[in-house]
Design a protein around this ligand. Sequence first.
Ligand SMILES: [Fe+2]
Length: 226
Amino acid sequence: MKASRTPDERQVFATPFGGGLAKTDAMDAAHSPMVLSAQRVASAVLGRDELRLAHCKATAVAASRVARQFDPEMAEALLAAAWLHDIGYAESLAATGFHPLDGALHLARGGWPDVVVRLVAHHSYASVLAPYYGADHHLAVIDPVPGPAAEILTFADLVAGRDGGGSTISARIDEMRARPRSDDPVPAEVREARYRLLERTAMRVLRSTPSGSNRTDHPVELATFR
Ligand SMILES: [Fe+2]
């Protein structure tokens, strides 16, 4: 059973597009050619991995809910990166074995905008894990994107839930913490440190969202991406 959502978390998940929020650049961006292209690439690469694709879709939806302060270009890049952030899990893209980097390398080869490549490469504090996958030297030559876009991607990655069904921040981190780790090269204390970073960042983003909805029964609204 999922943990209760805070009022701010409920707001992120409760309001369908056009159902109370002002129309925003982020919502327009959801239908931009770049974001639709990202959706197609994610679907093609992750097509057989339905749960991961659903997670990516929900990540894009959650990001669009809170990405209201961006200009259209950054909103597009953020939503594209949300769709694409986990494509590096696909076996067909495996190069280094570190999924943020493998995804980013694929996108760079495909000519995706630099900011999308950088968001994917560094999503959700990838740099903390990279040394344990032998990927830190590669990642070090890709600059992170400073500012709120990367933070919103971190938030959206969490609240999308593992299967795209939505999650609270705390429930998602608990779920990550409880996963079997027999072949994980990352030491437990490093994993814990990353969870704290994820939680702190996601809570900061959450606190920046408007609250007020009492609807708790509405899952992530996906209609805009269909
Ligand atoms: Fe993810």
